[in-house]
Design a protein around this ligand. Structure first.
Ligand SMILES: *Cc1c(COP(=O)(O)O)cnc(C)c1O
Length: 498
């Protein structure tokens, strides 16, 4: 198996090279040349394995240039070293016969990004060694809030690497901001930009693909790589938990192997739901992929009409990690649905960057309708989903997970489909205590995020994650904020390049 760019199929590289480079120089994303299959026997066997063993079984299929020992070392360092609060890394909670919450927020930064970003640094340093690369790797990240912190935690003090994170000044929650600006580690940098997440992502992509910048870095013994979900090393670990959840259902006798499930994912950059799609392609019996958006509902419109149009109002919502109008990973799906037509992908993404819009062919549109159900929640609907879920089940969810639950309810009401559904829970409610308390009708004034966390603890009975309560005693280290045109100079400054 090799990896190819969605915009230039002639480019063929190994998985290690794809992980080191992050994004292709033609602006395309790396995808595997073929999809490995997963048998029912393998799924059943996985039911008896630990999470790291399940991860190793999946990685073996995609990282064919890694040795078994290399894979084992990576999965154990990430998932068996005690950095996740729960024994099994992920957790499944059943609300009703058809609603099962897949909790993915038990890592060191309390969001599902940890599932991939705890392992990416290990995959990356292993890949760097394999490719014989001597340069220091600089990880450049644009974040809508959760990726930044998860990447900082994953890469802090990693050998031969440093990490720089850009976040939208007014686009992240207070807790998310605190998490980032107090980050520890000798190889980390954090900078706010005056703009939204798309500005940050576009800026990072531009810096990445600029040949002149590449030369300057190279002269200084440095190369860029990406920890955003455009990196294949982010995608592969996300495929694992869908397979793991299904295997767990089989092991627990909730379903028989081969039975279909639905999957519902609160979506922003389209990485998490794309991983579920890859699991389905491998043979995991997924019937519908339910794509849940907030008021930034560009994906809802696209999946329903076949027209992607980012020329619309941008909303800052209570689910900030989904405040995105350019969902990068969609490109991988469209490459697949076009039958691997790189020319077609160049054409529609050229149109997206010129006019902010493209329309897919009727064939692709029909396929999208077959695969996906798409819906969105307004802010009011998101708040209602938080309070309804608490009232009905005594279960407290964060605003992103609430968007998924709200859209799932619409799906169930519209289709009558009661197939067991895995609803991805992507963050701890303690990351967004203000929005959660308000939704639960708590109108008190709180001095800070920590008082809010205490109040939420009294109501929900959920333990406050230690990683968040510890922030209170930390001093901010990174307070710089720049215009979006100044991102490159900020990078050079942080790297100490004149
Ligand atoms: C990143 C994130 C999402 C969106 O995931 P994508 O892979 O970008 O679609 C949803 N919820 C939370 C809490 C996140 O951090």
């Amino acid at each position: 198996m090799y990896y190819q760019s969605t915009r230039d199929k002639a480019l063929k590289i190994s998985s290690a090279e794809a992980i080191v480079s992050g994004i292709s120089r033609d602006g395309g994303l790396y995808v595997p040349s073929e999809i490995p299959s997963l048998s029912y026997g393998e799924i059943t066997a996985m039911g008896k394995m630990s999470y790291p063993e399940r991860a190793a079984a999946v990685f073996k299929k995609f990282l064919t240039d890694f040795s078994e020992d290399e894979i084992k070392a990576c999965v154990n360092a990430a998932y068996a070293s005690g950095s996740f609060e729960t024994k099994n890394v992920m957790e499944l909670k059943t609300l009703t016969e058809s609603e099962h919450i897949l909790e993915l927020g038990h890592g060191p930064t309390c969001a599902f990004k940890d599932m991939a970003l705890q392992i990416l640094p290990h995959l990356l340093t292993t890949s760097v060694k394999k490719t014989g690369e001597r340069k220091k790797v600089c990880i450049l990240v644009a974040t809508s809030g959760d990726t930044g912190k998860a990447a900082l935690e994953g890469f802090k003090d990693a050998e031969g690497a440093c990490i720089l994170v850009f976040y939208p000044e007014n686009g992240v929650s207070a807790m998310q901001k605190l998490q980032m600006i107090t980050q520890e580690g000798g190889n980390v940098g954090v900078c706010a930009i005056k703009g939204n997440f798309d500005d940050a992502q576009t800026g990072v992509k531009k810096i990445f693909t600029d040949p002149e910048v590449k030369k300057v870095l190279s002269d200084n013994g440095i190369m860029f790589s990406s920890a955003n979900s455009i990196n294949w090393g982010r995608l592969a670990p996300q495929i694992v938990y869908y397979i793991s959840a299904y295997a767990q259902f089989v092991a627990d006798g909730k379903i028989a192997v081969g039975d279909e499930i639905n999957v519902c994912v609160p979506t922003g950059n389209f990485g998490n739901i794309l991983a579920a799609y890859y699991a389905k392609l491998m043979g995991l019996p997924i019937k519908k992929l339910i794509c849940a958006s907030n008021s930034n509902n560009v994906l809802t419109d696209f999946l329903r009409t076949g027209v992607y149009d980012r020329n619309r109002k941008f909303y800052t919502t209570i689910s900030p990690s989904m405040d995105i109008l350019i969902s990068s990973n969609l490109e991988r799906l469209l490459f697949r649905l076009s039958g691997g037509d790189d020319g077609y992908i160049r054409k529609i993404y050229g149109s997206l960057s010129e006019s902010g819009r493209f329309e897919v062919t009727p064939e692709i549109k029909a396929e999208l309708n077959r695969l996906f159900y798409a819906g969105f929640c307004t802010e009011e609907e998101t708040e209602a989903a938080i309070s309804e879920t608490f009232k009905k089940f005594g279960y407290t969810v964060d605003p992103h997970t609430a968007v998924a639950i709200g859209v799932y309810d619409k799906f169930a009401a519209e289709t009558g489909d009661r197939t067991p559904c895995v609803i991805a829970s992507t963050a701890s409610p303690y990351k967004f205590p203000a929005a959660v308390l308000e939704s639960l009708g708590e109108k008190n004034a709180y001095a800070d995020e920590f008082e809010m966390a205490e109040a939420l603890n009294k109501i929900s009975g959920l333990d406050i994650p230690k990683a968040l309560s510890e922030l209170k005693a930390k001093t901010p280290r990174f307070t710089k904020s720049v215009e979006k045109q100044e991102m490159l100079s900020a990078v050079y400054e942080m790297l100490g390049i004149g």
